[in-house]
Design a protein around this ligand. Structure first.
Ligand SMILES: Nc1ncnc2c1ncn2[C@@H]1O[C@H](COP(=O)(O)OP(=O)(O)OP(=O)(O)O)[C@@H](O)[C@H]1O
Length: 291
C-alpha cells in the first residue's frame, strides 16, 4: 500500500454520502423462461460502498452487468450518473464507461502485456495522449496502489495474487472513475494479502471519493468495507441497509450467511458503535466464539 496516500487520508473523513448515482427501478430480467430478477429496485448513493450479497445464482453478477450496460433488463429502468442506458446515444454511453472502473475476479490482466502496458491500455484507448504523459500517469497509478515502479516491466505471470489485484485496481482507476465495481476482490488471496487489499480499497475510497459496488462472499471484507449491504434473494433485493440492520431481517439466507459461527465472528469486527446496534441473535454466544 502506498504509505504516503494511506497516511494522507487516515484522518480524512470518509466521503459524504450524497445523491443516488445508480438507480435500479423495478427491473425484471429473464433468460428464456428463467426469471433472475423480478421487480428488483436498488439505489446506490455517491460515496457509498455497497456489498452485493446473495446465494450462488441469485443474480449478483447479472445485476452488475446490467448496471454497467453490458446487458439490458427485460423490463424496468437503470440509470447511472443520471443517464438511462436504454435512452442514451453512443457518445454518452462511451463517456459513461470511462466514469466506471471494474476489477474482474481474476484481476483480468492481459497476460501477454507488461504491468506498464496493462495500466497504459485505458489511456491508449482514449487516443491522442502523448506517451510521455501516459508514462507519468502509469507511474502515479502504480504508486497509488502501493507498487514500486520496478514492477512496471514485469509480466502478470511474475506477480503474486495480491500484486495482480493491485495492478487490476491501478488499471480500473486509471481514468479516475467515479464508480468502482469489484467482483470477488479478495477471492484467492491469503489473509494478509486480503487485509492489505481491504486497506487499499478503504484508502482509495477516501482519497478519490469513490462510490464502490462489490460482489463478495467474503464476510470479513464485507464487514470491513461496506457502508451498506444489498442482499439478493427471491429474485429481488431483500434488504439494502448497514449490515447491523440487515442481519435483523428474518430470512433463511440471512440466518445461514450471517448468523452461523463464521458470520457472527465476522460481525464481531464491526466498530463498537455499529456492533451495539446488532440484534441479540447476531451476538449470541459471541463471547464464546473461538478466534
Ligand atoms: N447469459 C446467460 N444466459 C442464460 N442464463 C444465464 C446467463 N447469465 C447468467 N445466467 C443464469 O442466471 C443466474 C444468475 O447468475 P449470476 O452469475 O448473476 O449469479 P451470481 O449471484 O453472480 O452467482 P455466483 O455467486 O455463483 O457467481 C444463474 O442461474 C445463471 O446460470
Amino acid at each position: 500500500m502506498s504509505t504516503t496516500l494511506a497516511t494522507a487520508v487516515r484522518h480524512q473523513p470518509p466521503p459524504v454520502i450524497a445523491e443516488p448515482v445508480i438507480e435500479v427501478r423495478d427491473v425484471t430480467k429473464r433468460y428464456g423462461r428463467t426469471v433472475i430478477h423480478e421487480h428488483l429496485s436498488l439505489d446506490v448513493r455517491r460515496g457509498e460502498i455497497v456489498a452485493l450479497l446473495g446465494g450462488s445464482g441469485s443474480g449478483k453478477t447479472t445485476l452488475v452487468r446490467q448496471i454497467l450496460g453490458l446487458e439490458s433488463p427485460t423490463s424496468g429502468t437503470i440509470r447511472v450518473l443520471g443517464e438511462e442506458w436504454a435512452r442514451m446515444d453512443e457518445e454518452t454511453a462511451k463517456m459513461l464507461r470511462t466514469r466506471s472502473g471494474m476489477l474482474f475476479q481474476q484481476g483480468a490482466l492481459f497476460s501477454s502485456l507488461t504491468v506498464y502496458d496493462n495500466i497504459a491500455q485505458p489511456f491508449r484507448e482514449l487516443g491522442k495522449i502523448p506517451e510521455d504523459l501516459i508514462r507519468e500517469f502509469v507511474m502515479l497509478k502504480l504508486e497509488m496502489v502501493g507498487l514500486s515502479c520496478k514492477h512496471a516491466s514485469k509480466m502478470p505471470s511474475a506477480l503474486s495474487g495480491g500484486m495482480v489485484k493491485r495492478v487490476g485496481i491501478a488499471r480500473a482507476i486509471a481514468l479516475e472513475p467515479e464508480l468502482l465495481f469489484l467482483d470477488e476482490p479478495t477471492a484467492g488471496l491469503d489473509p494478509k494479502a486480503s487485509d492489505e487489499f481491504v486497506d487499499l480499497i478503504a484508502t482509495l475510497h477516501r482519497a478519490l471519493g469513490l462510490t464502490v459496488v462489490m460482489v463478495t462472499h467474503d464476510l470479513d471484507t464485507m464487514v470491513a468495507l461496506s457502508t451498506r449491504v444489498a442482499v439478493l434473494a427471491d429474485r429481488r433485493v431483500l434488504v439494502a441497509a448497514p449490515v447491523e440492520e440487515a442481519v435483523a431481517v428474518d430470512h433463511p439466507f440471512i440466518r445461514e450467511y450471517f448468523l452461523g459461527r463464521r458470520g457472527r465472528r465476522a460481525l464481531a469486527a464491526l466498530p463498537p458503535e455499529r456492533r451495539a446496534k446488532l440484534p441479540a441473535v447476531a451476538l449470541d454466544d459471541a463471547s464464546t466464539i473461538v478466534r
